[in-house]
Design a protein around this ligand. Structure first.
Ligand code: G1P
Length: 299
């Protein structure tokens, strides 16, 4: 069995949910505390044993390439000022093999993955979507790779969502399960509310066999008029069993505004430098919310 060493991170989306912030800046560069969201995703891939990452970019995404490149002027400046801790943080993101390819038209997630087919070749690979940050003792992608290594089959990360949320995700129709692993009858992209066969939703983490490209090649537009990865996975499932895995870990939805704000607060509460002030602010606000502002009397 071939081992999983490559990953695709699609980052070509237009970021319309965050306009106007994303008019001139990629949504993947929006920071959670002091790191752009895409850095958390790249870190998960590296901690999962991935050696080569291909980021599928689009128009206006240059800042992502600059971020993972070295910036000698900045490094020199930090060295001269003795800011070695910052220097380490800045360099951390430039020590991995990251490759880029452009999706020339925004035709959907399935099409973005297909754009990376030559880089992947005939190997199994991981996909990590940037709208989901997962915090787990064992990185989410590593959990999926471990499952892949037992069966040699594609495996998709899922978690439970509420009834109301099912229409926002790819949903599985499970046949049966053994612990966290599900055999799946069908993968359905964004079913209408009330028609979802379960509340197990695809959470932006996949390990796929290269046969998926055969189906992506001729995949027609589906939900939202876009070429959907979920639809191609369903076709793959008809010739090769594709499993779902209810991974262990907390998933943060940074792809929409409220989720983004809540993630920022939670990450700040776990940040040594900020935790105590943020906690104080939140408490004060909760105790006297009509009169306080969040910033009052912290320092
Ligand atoms: C994509 C996938 C969907 C998945 C979701 C997870 O949808 O198509 O199956 O459940 O990511 O975040 P998007 O949110 O890009 O519309």
């Amino acid at each position: 069995m071939k081992i999983v060493k490559k990953a695709i991170i699609p980052a070509a989306g237009l970021g319309t949910r965050f306009l106007p912030a994303t008019k001139a800046m990629p949504k993947e560069m929006l920071p959670i505390v002091d790191r752009p969201t895409i850095e958390y995703i790249v870190e998960e891939a590296i901690l999962s044993g991935i050696e080569d990452i291909i980021i599928v970019t689009g128009k206006g995404k240059r800042a992502i390439e600059d971020h993972f490149d070295r910036n000698f002027e900045l490094e020199q400046h930090l060295k001269e000022k003795g800011k070695l801790d910052l220097l380490e943080k800045v360099n951390k993101s430039s020590n991995v093999n990251i490759h880029y390819i452009r999706q020339k038209e925004p035709k959907g997630l399935g099409h973005a993955i297909w754009c990376a087919r030559k880089f992947i070749g005939n190997e199994p690979f991981a996909v990590l979507l940037g709208d989901d940050i997962v915090q787990a003792n064992v990185p989410c992608t590593k959990q999926l790779i471990a499952q892949y290594e037992q069966t040699g089959s594609s495996i998709i990360g899922v978690q439970h969502v509420s009834y109301e949320e099912t229409e926002r995700y790819g949903i599985i129709d499970p046949i049966n399960n053994k612990d966290r692993v599900y055999r799946v009858r069908k993968f359905i992209e964004k079913p209408k509310l009330g028609s979802a066969p379960s509340n197990l939703a695809i959470m932006g983490r996949y390990v796929l066999t290269p046969e998926i490209f055969t189906f992506l090649e001729c995949q027609e537009a589906g939900a939202g008029g876009e070429i959907q990865l979920t639809d191609a996975i369903q076709k793959l499932n008809e010739i090769q069993q594709v499993y779902a895995y209810n991974f262990d870990g907390k998933r943060f939805d940074v792809g929409e505004k409220l989720g983004f704000i809540l993630t920022t607060i939670e990450f700040a509460l776990h940040n040594e430098e900020l935790a105590s002030d943020v906690r104080k602010m939140l408490q004060r606000f909760q105790n006297n919310s009509s009169k306080s502002t969040l910033l009052e009397g912290i320092h």
